[in-house]
Design a protein around this ligand. Structure first.
Ligand code: PMP
Ligand code: GLN
Length: 375
């Protein structure tokens, strides 16, 4: 008997595999294809010959934890105690999974805002809790009225993803006011704030949960070095939570992975001394602008993109196919892979929208755009 009967292979795996099979340009799964900063690879090369190959302490390599605390202070003016409020995780995925497993109980309800990233629902189901999927508005802003209607005495958690994958939307000050009002009415709800794209915003500044005093005692914040340092394959990130929640999260973590791979922790610890995360927004803004310019004369209609490295596009002018079929045919007939947006919804809304990842070198973006403009 399956514990997750309705869960199938992730769309990111399906589309990347198909892209490889058909030798298509892969703008589907979100990962950069340009070289990693040489300062980081040089650190790894040197460290690999040093004594860095054994277990680190369970919650993380202490110097790295101190630097994450400093980064959090520098970025958001939030002071955390790295010993009690921080956990280094094997990517944000493990941070999300571990948090949900530790804090959500059978029959609890967890509010998930659709379109939503695919890692949220399965851990909720494995806890025998109920995912309550609430659609965002058509412009991808949260509909706080419907969110409130979905809350009940059973609600344990609300998951927010800011900046938002797949839509590139970011939350506003008003959203946080609405969230505060909601949390005042439901004192048992905690927030899981997935901020893996926290440093990738463009015209508007990212507002982190770290900056909201009403969230400090009831929010778990998840981040990923995979996104911030172009190293998605390293699978390393971190989770910050108030001590009473972190105590529970660590209990699960110590039996799920015990500790995260050592050399990447040592390397990132050193790299944090030299890297400037604040340059990331500008870097990706240039990529977004370039990609949008390249697609200007295509028949795709591009949606606004405020952050992340994803561009949502409508193909309504091009085809009547549903988005999964459209994406498969895009690979087979035109040599470009994208992600169908319906797969981020529980009710598989067919809006003729697909997601392109623009975290690619300019040659890749140009080659893909050339193909996309011919459709
Ligand atoms: N959350 C979101 C919104 C993501 O897009 C991703 C992956 N791209 C993750 C979490 C997982 O991050 P990681 O690869 O660090 O596990
Ligand atoms: N987060 C990546 C995306 O949205 C995918 C990561 C994965 O494949 N698990 O494309």
């Amino acid at each position: 008997m399956s514990k997750l009967p309705n869960i199938t292979t992730s769309i990111f795996t399906v589309m990347s595999k198909m892209a490889t099979e058909y030798n298509a340009i892969n703008l589907s799964q979100g990962f950069p294809n340009f070289p990693v900063d040489e300062r980081l690879t040089d650190i790894v090369t040197r460290l690999s010959k040093e004594n860095v190959h054994q277990y680190t302490p369970m919650a993380g390599y202490p110097p790295l934890m101190n630097k994450i605390a400093k980064l959090t202070k520098d970025s958001y003016n939030r002071i955390i105690n790295p010993e009690t409020e921080l956990l280094v995780t094997a990517g944000a995925t493990q941070g999300i999974f571990t948090t949900i497993l530790a804090l959500v109980k059978e029959n609890d309800e967890v509010i998930i805002l659709d379109p939503s990233y695919d890692s949220y629902e399965s851990p909720v189901l494995l806890c025998k809790a109920k995912p309550v999927r609430v659609a965002l508005n058509d412009d991808y802003t949260p509909n706080w009225e419907t969110i409130e209607k979905a809350c009940s005495s059973k609600s344990r958690m609300i998951i927010i993803n800011n900046p938002h994958n797949p839509t590139g939307k970011i939350l506003t000050e008003n959203d946080f006011i609405q969230l505060k009002n909601l949390l005042e009415k439901y004192p048992d709800i905690i927030v899981l704030s997935d901020e893996v794209y926290e440093y990738i915003t463009f015209e508007e500044k990212h507002i982190s949960a770290h900056t909201k005093s009403f969230l400090i005692d009831r929010c778990v914040m998840v981040s990923s070095f995979g996104k911030s340092f172009h190293i998605t394959g390293w699978k390393i990130g971190y989770t910050i939570a108030p001590e009473y929640l972190m105590k529970e999260i660590k209990k699960v973590h110590q039996f799920l992975v015990f500790s995260v791979n050592s050399i990447s922790q040592f390397a990132i610890s050193e790299y944090l001394d030299v890297v400037d995360v604040n340059l990331l927004g500008k870097f990706y803004q240039e990529k977004r602008d370039y990609f949008q310019k390249l697609l200007q004369n295509s028949r795709f209609e591009l949606k606004p993109c405020e952050g992340t490295y994803f561009q949502v596009a409508s193909y309504a002018n091009i085809s009547d196919e549903d988005d999964v079929t459209f994406c498969k045919n895009l690979i087979i007939n035109h040599g470009v892979a994208a992600i169908p947006i319906s797969t981020f919804y529980s009710d598989h809304k067919d809006q003729k929208l697909i997601r392109f990842c623009f975290a690619k070198d300019n040659f890749t973006l140009e080659s893909a755009a050339k193909k996309l403009c011919q459709i």
